[in-house]
Ligand binder design. Sequence first.
Ligand code: NAP
Ligand code: SF4
Length: 683
Amino acid sequence: MHNATTAAFPTLLSSLQVGAHVLRNRTLMGSMHTRLESLDRPIERLAAFYAERARGGAGLIVTGGYAPCSDGRLDENGPMLVTPEQADELKPITNAVHAVGGKILLQVLHTGRYAKIAHPVGASAIPSPINPRAPRALSTQEVWQTIDDYARCAELAQRAGFDGVEIMGSEGYLINQFTVTRTNDRTDEFGGSMENRHRLPVEIVRRTRARVGPGFLLMYRISALDLVEGGAPANEIVHLAQSIQAAGADLLNTGIGWHEARIPTIAYVVPRAAWRFAAARIKKAVNIPVIVSNRINTPALAEEILASGDADMVSMARPFLADADFVNKAAQGRADEIAPCIACNQACLDYIFAERPATCLVNPRACHEVEFAQLPPPQAKRKVAVVGGGAAGLACAITAAERGHAVTLYEAGSAIGGQLNLAKAVPGKNEFDELLRYFQHSIERHGIDLRLQSRPDAATLAAAGYERIVVATGVRPRTPQIPGITHPKVVGYTDILAGKVQAGRRVAIIGAGGIGFDVAAFLLHDANDAHEAQQSVQTFFAEWGVDTSPDSTGGLKPPAPIKAPREVTLLQRKPEKPGRSLGLTTGWALKAELAQRKLRALSGCSYERIDDEGLQLSVHGAPQTLAVDTIVLCAGQDSENTLAAALRAQGIAADVIGGAELASELDALRAINQGMRLAYSIV
Ligand code: NAP
Ligand code: SF4
């Protein structure tokens, strides 16, 4: 097993001496808030969540953030570690991780002016653009007290059995607020000169080290790039890294961009490993190991970065949600079996921001380990038919086969994937290719009988003697009733995204849901190089205004102007601003990108007629003509449930899932979740 390891990913899977510890490989499961604390039995759930990742081979794990004092909490219910009793409550987590050979650090996080509490504190009384609550500046004495709070929190983590702590110094939280002039206009020993602005993190590391002794791992997460106006100049970042090393840190993890930055840092639009240059810059300046992070989601990419010398370890957070066995699969020559994180943020960050516990679009078991472990195993191998090879059908078929059932998967098209095949054509969404590759591989691995271009009818299914029939026949695009809808200018989104029809230079899109926006992105990129541009880190930096030069400040420069190949107008009937249904943590970036490409969006539309002139409509009651060459329909979908109805009519029992059950607001997240959960009910 370990020979395969060394052959495929020799650097990634080699051990690393850090301080008094030997890490079994160079993977770090980065810190993620899970909100599991908000559920019943939180410690049991957290222990199961982390232990599963440790069992899966993660070299080092970091918990979500624990505040060192009440001012530092994320919100009124945010986790804190301030008493010995709280430390003792966390022991089942460290015991569970250690029992399976893992190592785990507790993250100490003071949110400063980002805190969603009644009276946040900060370096100065400068409000944050993403928190309506204005902060109060900490007094000098309170800053020294906060330093002591960090050291005490680390000592309590030691009592709880953690192998060390991560001091969170990036992402615009309290420490970051002290290090830069944007948020620090203090005149005491914590403001003004660079040395003064760095005093808070340096003293935290120094005093923590003094309190916990040499054997306890001390990792500092440095902001390798702030991506905000008034952020740190590159030379100050390097200087801080050296000071942190001198103060006694064992490891430097890197963070990219403040939460208030207007440049996406981890969403799908960010090319893989885009930020490695920032970690490499720090690595050149220090002797302790440096960890690279963000948009690294395959062992091959992680290996390449480490082998190049840009970093010593790779942090992956979301990839460990998508697949707890990431490392073991890589080590056992089964990298193809790793469920890929597609950087959608839909079930992790979007859930967290909506105050729901996190999970994962491709792995609904994530953060629900306790619940899934309690589900009964199958009593017998069942003969199962799944009709429809889109997201819901695939998840159901693969999970059922994984649990030992004999599964036949019928798909009407010539390839699996359904709507996922369209998603992968959207600029930036090429990670969907990875997901489809993973599904295809899983079908083969679990011996699913896949029948393409096959539409079984109710009688055929009944005659085949299946013990369970699952209908996942998906959706049909909706055709709105507008006079002239059969005009040759009109085309459906499936033909556009599948490349069957080329749109003209002036385009109107009817419908501004997720697909309307995706089609706008598709049409506003040059068809030939959309994917290439997405892959190119340099293009991404130019378009978003990221400065990688050694004399940059905050990592920003003016974005390069973009010339879009078309004029696109996106329309909806609702009076509200279009884009409400987009993902919380990705929608803003998509809207910003499309605004740069001069997308025009109109709401309050009433469609009158389509004719040779274009689209005749009224906007908030005012009539107008949109002179366009092409009108793309993105007006939602209806369920394709002909088979379900036929089965019902003949009294044949079947489960109907995904879009076939309910078309409105269907997306891959709901489809996969429903498909997987149904498969668990086949016992
Ligand atoms: P959708 O979100 O329901 O949007 C349909 C759009 O069509 C709406 O803007 C609606 O707005 C309009 N519409 C509905 N009926 C119409 C009619 N009869 N005539 C004219 N316009 C009509 O559906 P979708 O965009 O097709 O997306 C399908 C699902 O996939 C959604 O759940 C979506 O969230 C998901 N998806 C997600 C992403 C993502 O990135 N997360 C991307 C793509 C799709 P008005 O009624 O106001 O006109
Ligand atoms: Fe990755 Fe999406 Fe899963 Fe989050 S929900 S871990 S971004 S695949």
